[in-house]
Design a protein. Structure first.
Length: 217
């Protein structure tokens, strides 16, 4: 009986030792779990940051692609801008020649040739996207008109274009040359004569005549 009791004591000691080890290892396990949770949170935060950076990079690349495409289209639209601007004075001279011929009524073969040349130039400009700027009868717009002066007008409101000295043109809706214009201004109204003023003037004239007569005597 005593021997059996002695055999049970080591088993009890082993169980107590195992319990002590479990109790001592619990804090370490909790610390490990906490550390793993921190690492997981940090990994999730890094992943979110990387995703945001990726999305921003994609947006920047898309904006760059659109800007490059727009610049390419603008280059194609306005590649001939300089040469077209140099052609405009030639067209101005042709238009003046046609107007002069129409006013003088000397329409001969030369007039018809100039008119045909002008028509061809106009078609050429239209083909390349050049169109004249509306001016006569339009309100003054500094984006398209360049004011050269003002003239009195009863027909048009103030600051309305009444005369075009030189045509303006735009290339694919972008200004190529402004129109040189004259603007309307309110006509000067003559002051109405006041009857009392007329009487004063008459009296002054009579007095001057009388004084002149007295001096002569």
């Amino acid at each position: 009986m005593v021997k059996k009791t002695e055999q049970q004591e080591p088993e009890n000691e082993q169980e107590i030792s195992a319990d002590v080890e479990l109790e001592g290892g619990a804090p370490d396990a909790e610390n490990n779990i906490g550390a793993l949770q921190d690492e997981l949170n940090q990994a999730l935060s890094d992943a979110k940051t990387h995703q945001e950076q990726y999305l921003r990079t994609l947006a920047d690349m898309e904006n760059l692609r659109k800007r490059t495409q727009r610049e390419k289209e603008d280059l194609a639209k306005f590649a001939n801008e300089n040469i077209l601007r140099e052609i405009l004075p030639v067209i101005d001279n042709l238009e003046r020649a046609v107007e002069h011929a129409e006013q003088s009524e000397s329409k001969d073969g030369l007039f018809e040739g100039v008119q045909m040349t002008l028509t061809q130039f106009s078609q050429l400009l239209e083909k390349f996207g050049v169109e004249p700027v509306d001016a006569i009868g339009k309100p003054f717009d500094p984006a398209y008109h360049q004011a050269m002066g003002q003239v009195e007008s009863d027909e048009y409101p103030v600051n309305t274009v009444v005369h075009q000295m030189q045509k303006g043109y735009q290339l694919n809706k972008r200004l190529l040359r402004p129109a040189f214009v004259m603007l309307a201004k309110a006509p000067v109204v003559a002051a109405e004569n006041n009857p009392a003023d007329d009487e004063d003037n008459v009296d002054e004239i009579i007095d001057n005549i009388i004084d002149k007569s007295d001096n002569e005597e």
